[in-house]
Design a protein around this ligand. Sequence first.
Ligand code: RB5
Length: 155
Amino acid sequence: MKLAIGNDHSAVEMKKEITAHLEAQGIEVVNVGVDTTDSCHYPVMGYRVARMVADGEVDGGILICGTGVGISLAANKVKGIRACVCSEPYTAKLSKMHNNTNIIAFGARVIGIETAKMIVDEWVNAKFEGGRHGTRVDMLTEIQDTQDLKAAHEG
Ligand code: RB5
């Protein structure tokens, strides 16, 4: 498995620890930055990771900023991206099983490193269930592609 990881200035240390945690499990991790605590703009790293995921260069992405909100919003603007910000492992696992998320995000100012490790482990190991969840994820894609949803006009 190959993942991309990106962060802003608030999450340099957490990114390093999460990268080491994943690499210790044999997962290849591509770092898109940043690696200094100089103030920077989270959409840049959110976009870099999202682009790699959308282009199929990696199997998924991990994004970390202060809250996880801004950097996941940036990623979700890229076609084909389903990024979820979460603060506990249950949501991370279900976001893959039910929503087929291809990026997981969290906040270095919100959670500690042990919770962050549990989040990435649950997310990496979870599998999309498809079936009725596939129908719903297809609806997300329909909204993205058409800015409309046929089912919203029925019944
Ligand atoms: C940076 O100060 C902070 O706004 C950013 O890390 C993130 O929390 C934004 O959503």
